[in-house]
Design a protein. Structure first.
Length: 413
């Protein structure tokens, strides 16, 4: 496997000395493996919260008077679960498995424990032990999804945004008014979680029509080999060729009495009933577009109805199904807007696909694991005394590419 093609090189500086990898976490799902790790490239001691480092970063108050400032990067990577050996090779080549060893990543210590979540943490635990000598310390999947979402919403400046009419608008989240909210995680399937606070949540609904449905049906209908290929194909398609619209039924007219425009989809794939065509007569791009629209509409509608059921004002959408894809976000947004009659908006997350992996990473602190006691992640720029919680410095365009890094600083104590 060519690591360069993954977008991440083994951690090293220009002089050839490696950064120290300080912990890794995994989310092994039915379709994708998500991996997060932090690499240090600088560390220094800070005596107390009055002695701030040169970038004027904010320290979080606690009972400790001495902190260690670790500067480095959060790294993100993903792999197809069906190609788990690529993930194992990536971990081995980058020596990430040593990050879980006791005594600060000492490779001579064979007790390597890595936080992991998702069904694959159970399914592939023996494989990680056999191939890499890693013991997967399993965290509950729902716990990690919620912990990862809460972490990001408190940590990352401009993490949440709306996407309406092709325009992305970032929102400033008031930490005192964050809860309750509905978290819709779109992976292979879809979970809808009512979040009432830190570690306070309930899975209230879900659907088996999710990212796995899109990919699975897409492979059967279009012969696309990867999710990305299928998603890219949808850019070029026209779903009106296959979907039956209200106008198709009413001779081009709206159904104004009940508020349905002529362009509203009456039946996904409905035209295939009467077109007297075979599968090969349809363009793969049109099929992909119609399939994406059907699944996104369905998820948006069910999500809003659950938010309405519990009186929730905010609906955050995460998971690798979205992938920052404009058409997907627009379709979900339109569905939420339509069913709420404009009273609700769909909210998206920049780091949408890594909620579970980040939640597993944060759990190192919860368990007082090894030397990583995260107190704060900070911007590489000044922050005010009114800011609280974690801070991460990331790309400014609001998108996180596959297998890339975020520069940040971590305070440990």
């Amino acid at each position: 496997m060519d690591l360069g093609n993954l977008g991440i090189q083994p951690n090293s500086d220009p002089n050839g000395s490696k950064d120290h990898v300080s912990h890794m976490a995994l989310d092994i799902g039915g379709t994708l493996i998500k991996l997060v790790y932090f690499s240090r490239n600088c560390e220094c001691s800070v005596e107390d919260k009055e002695d701030k480092p040169s970038n004027d970063s904010l320290l979080v108050s606690n009972d400790h008077k001495k902190f260690q400032l670790l500067k480095g990067s959060f790294h993100f990577a993903k792999f197809e679960t069906s190609k788990i050996n690529d993930c194992l090779e990536f971990i081995q080549c980058n020596q990430l498995h040593f990050s879980g060893c006791k005594h600060h990543g000492d490779p001579t210590n064979d007790k390597c424990i890595i936080k992991a979540t998702g069904g694959g943490a159970h399914k592939y635990g023996d494989l990680f032990k056999e191939k890499l000598g890693i013991c997967l310390d399993k965290e509950d999947e729902m716990d990690c999804l919620v912990a990862g979402a809460n972490f990001l919403l408190k940590a990352v400046h401009e993490e949440a945004f709306t996407y309406i009419n092709g325009q992305k608008e970032f929102l400033q989240i008031d930490h005192d008014d964050l809860y309750p909210y509905l978290l819709v995680n779109i992976g292979s399937g879809v979970s809808m979680i009512k979040v009432d606070g830190d570690s306070k949540f309930e899975r209230v609904s879900g659907t088996n029509v999710g990212g796995g449905t899109f990919w699975g049906l897409g492979r059967l209908l279009t012969k696309c080999k990867t999710f990305d290929e299928l998603l890219e194909l949808s850019h070029q398609g026209n779903n009106r060729v296959i979907d039956m619209l209200v106008g198709d039924i009413y001779g081009g007219m709206d159904y104004a009495k009940i508020g349905l425009s002529s362009m509203t989809i009456a039946s996904s794939f409905g035209k295939a009933i009467s077109d007297n065509k075979e599968l090969e007569d349809y363009k793969p791009e049109d099929i992909s577009r119609s399939l994406l629209r059907m699944i996104s509409n369905n998820i948006g509608q069910i999500s809003y109805l659950n938010a309405l059921r519990f009186g929730l004002k905010r609906i955050f959408f995460g998971g690798f199904f979205i992938r920052g894809h404009a058409y997907t976000m627009d379709t979900i947004s339109v569905a939420v807007n339509f069913w709420s009659k404009g009273e609700a908006k769909a909210l998206f997350l920049r780091h949408e696909g890594f909620l579970g992996a980040l939640g597993a990473f944060v759990s190192y602190e919860k368990h007082g694991f090894d030397d990583l006691m995260v107190r704060q992640l900070v911007h590489q720029s000044p922050v005010s005394a009114q800011d609280g919680g974690y801070k991460i410095h990331g790309s400014q365009n609001g998108e996180l590419k596959d297998n890339e890094s975020i520069e940040c600083s971590v305070y440990v104590s």
